[in-house]
Design a protein around this ligand. Structure first.
Ligand code: MTE
Length: 323
């Protein structure tokens, strides 16, 4: 362990190994190993992730058992190497290969709009804003696969309460980093950058909506949305915006990147719903990553991804219309 948790369960910036220090360490190890096998480009590809994991900052967090599933967890390797992060490429293996160029410090998140106390918070402040919890959530991608991941973070509501939303705050818009120097995928017009997502205010305030800063007991790997991302476990994975730089509280439903690109395929709500097919495929079943064998049966997809406690948010709504 690189640092201990104080009695309040809050990680202080002083307890976190500065990025320059561990990056320096990582570079030193990398250089030493690279020299040893000079000429072998294979080394860097195969070992970058192993070293990143071995030297990553640990995050102490208390398990929130009430909000965690006891299902078998996806391996760290699968969860960190089979990703969607289009800013680093559209293939599942692109983010792990390319996201090392993302600079996650210094990093700030601006929270503004319909709030009494707009603020720009440094990532160190975000890390200690509330006690860090470990929550094991299912995440179901709209493409038909799912994972079970132990995230580290706290309810997004902790952050939103700080800025004192006004009565006009009906929705929350999340904008993520779009920097061409760091993100090779931005050269492709696959989405209208930056990647933007949104939630209704009551969804954003629901305790399950997680502001995640880590997974598997350590800071988020870049490809998983470092340094801070959303995890909304009852919605398709694309609602869980990665590498957030701005949170705006607004009175009208915000635009979202996927809804912009294909409005008939990706709605604003995007609740996991086995009864509403994607226009091009069924959403009735899913493939759990790590369970892939020729004879492996697919799992049935559950309404709200099994998170029935959010059902009351949608009482009286036609979820076929508001998909
Ligand atoms: N956030 C950004 N900024 N860019 C993206 O391409 N992809 C989304 C979501 N968040 C995406 C993003 C999609 S489609 C999914 S399924 C999840 O991230 C994947 O998260 P994971 O890689 O941690 O499993």
């Amino acid at each position: 362990m690189l640092f201990k948790r104080n009695p309040d369960g809050i990680i202080l910036p002083s307890e976190i190994t500065p990025r320059e220090v561990y990056e320096g360490r990582r570079q030193f190890i990398a250089r030493a190993a690279a020299t040893a096998v000079a000429g072998s480009g294979i080394w860097e590809m195969a070992n970058r992730e192993a070293f990143a994991q071995a030297t990553a900052q640990r995050l102490a967090a208390t398990r929130n058992a009430a909000l965690s599933t006891t299902e078998a967890q996806t391996s760290f390797k699968d969860a960190s190497s089979y990703n969607n992060y289009y800013e680093f490429g559209t293939d599942k293996g692109d983010p792990v290969e390319n996201a090392h160029t993302l600079k996650t410090r210094p990093w700030t998140v601006t929270i503004e709009g319909e709030v009494k106390k707009p603020v720009t918070l440094d990532i160190d402040r975000i890390l200690k804003l509330a006690p860090l919890e470990e929550r094991v959530y299912r995440l179901r991608c709209v493409e038909g696969w799912s994972m079970v991941i132990p995230w580290v973070g706290y309810s997004l509501s902790n952050l939103l309460k700080q800025v004192e939303p006004t009565g006009n705050a009906k929705y929350v818009e999340f904008t993520t980093l779009a920097d061409r120097r760091q993100m090779p995928g931005l050269r492709s017009p696959v989405l209208d950058w930056p990647y933007v997502e949104g939630l209704r205010m009551d969804e954003a305030m629901h305790p399950l909506a997680l502001l995640a800063v880590g997974m598997y007991g350590q800071v988020l790997p870049n490809q998983n949305g470092a340094p801070v991302r959303l995890v909304v476990p009852w919605k398709y994975g694309f609602k869980s915006a990665k590498s957030i730089v701005r949170i705006r509280l607004v009175s009208r439903q915000p635009r979202t990147a996927w809804n912009d690109s294909a409005p008939n395929e990706y709605g604003f709500y995007s609740n996991v719903n086995p009864n509403v097919d994607h226009p091009r495929w069924s959403q009735a079943t899913e493939r759990r990553i790590g369970e892939d064998g020729f004879f492996q049966r697919k799992r049935k997809t559950l309404m709200f991804n099994g998170y029935d406690q959010v059902a009351s948010l949608y009482g009286g709504m036609d979820l076929k219309k508001f998909f």
